[in-house]
Design a protein around this ligand. Structure first.
Ligand SMILES: NC(=O)c1ccc[n+]([C@@H]2O[C@H](COP(=O)([O-])OP(=O)(O)OC[C@H]3O[C@@H](n4cnc5c(N)ncnc54)[C@H](OP(=O)(O)O)[C@@H]3O)[C@@H](O)[C@H]2O)c1
Length: 268
């Protein structure tokens, strides 16, 4: 698709998948809005992509804060008078058993990963509907289809995102606005630098994807009529197997990830 001069808002653009997507959209001469909390990191990304696009702006914004999201939306609309693509990508994960996590730790993941997406969607959607054109790309996870021990509360945020996206996509039928979820498996990004992963063995995880590969899928998703694109596509087979044969697949997932969880807890 031709993304030249399209206004693309990317949350979580200061790092990982969001940063890689910002670079790819900029290379297509899109107008890119970089959203995250760390202004310095956003300015670095802005500097990097300024060689590809003359229109990249930085919006420091905590997506879990409704008023900051409203302010960010106003800035985008005041600057560009429109929004073509919204990539809801900001997110984080806290590792640990539900019995060990605080309620606040569980809430905070939902506030950013799910409600952050809701606030951005609610603020930009009326503009897209008025334009009769637009695409929302929600970055979920393969964890939107598997409840995994150690990241149960994170998976819940992504299950919620996927369910919301499916319902909203139906509602948008005929409006010219569409929505696609991108669900990657493990990606090599700073997501796992959170202190809760301190004793988590990276060797036992399969960090198989580069952020660039997921970013390519985000660009594809922004012009797709599909509800969900799983990356890599072969992981779709695992989701299918789990949905059709949960009594076979759930024990395998449970055993594999519980072992890791036990290791982590015993190292404490
Ligand atoms: N890495 C994986 O294996 C993997 C797999 C499946 C799905 N995902 C999803 O992919 C998305 C991007 O993650 P990543 O892997 O690229 O990790 P990352 O490198 O840690 O990037 C996360 C981004 O989200 C931003 N962010 C976090 N909380 C925020 C908040 N409250 N407000 C605004 N921005 C916030 C961070 O920026 P600031 O800290 O500057 O705010 C950062 O730019 C996440 O939604 C994650 O759940 C990742």
């Amino acid at each position: 698709m031709n993304y030249r001069n399209k206004v693309v808002v990317i949350t979580g653009a200061s790092s990982g998948i969001g940063e890689a997507a910002a670079i790819k959209f900029a290379k297509k001469n899109a107008k890119v809005v970089l959203v995250a909390r760390r202004r310095e990191k956003l300015l670095q990304v802005q500097k990097e992509i300024s060689q590809y696009t003359d229109s990249a702006i930085v919006c420091q914004c905590d997506v879990s804060d409704k008023s900051q999201v409203k302010e960010m939306t106003d800035t985008v609309i005041d600057t560009f008078s429109r929004i073509d693509i919204l990539v809801n990508n900001a997110g984080f994960v806290i590792y640990g058993k539900v019995s060990d996590l605080t309620i606040e730790e569980i809430e905070s993941q939902m506030e950013t990963n799910y409600f952050g997406m809701i606030y951005c969607t609610k603020n930009f959607l009326p503009h897209m509907i008025e334009q009769g054109q637009g695409h929302i790309v929600n970055v979920a996870s393969v964890g939107a289809s598997f409840g995994v021990p150690g990241v149960a509360s994170y998976c819940a945020t992504k299950f919620a995102m996927l369910g919301f996206s499916e319902g909203l996509k139906h509602e948008l039928s005929g409006t010219g606005v569409d929505l696609t979820v991108v669900s990657p498996i493990m990606v090599d990004t700073p997501l796992f630098d959170h202190p809760s992963f301190e004793n988590f063995s990276r060797h036992s995880t399969i960090a198989i994807l580069s952020p660039e590969k997921v970013a390519n899928t985000i660009l594809k998703a922004a012009n797709s009529s599909r509800l969900e694109i799983v990356v890599p596509s072969v992981a779709r087979a695992g989701i299918w197997a789990k949905q059709n044969f949960p009594f076979l697949i759930n024990p395998i997932i449970g055993n594999a990830f519980r072992k890791q969880l036990t290791k982590r807890t015993s190292k404490k």
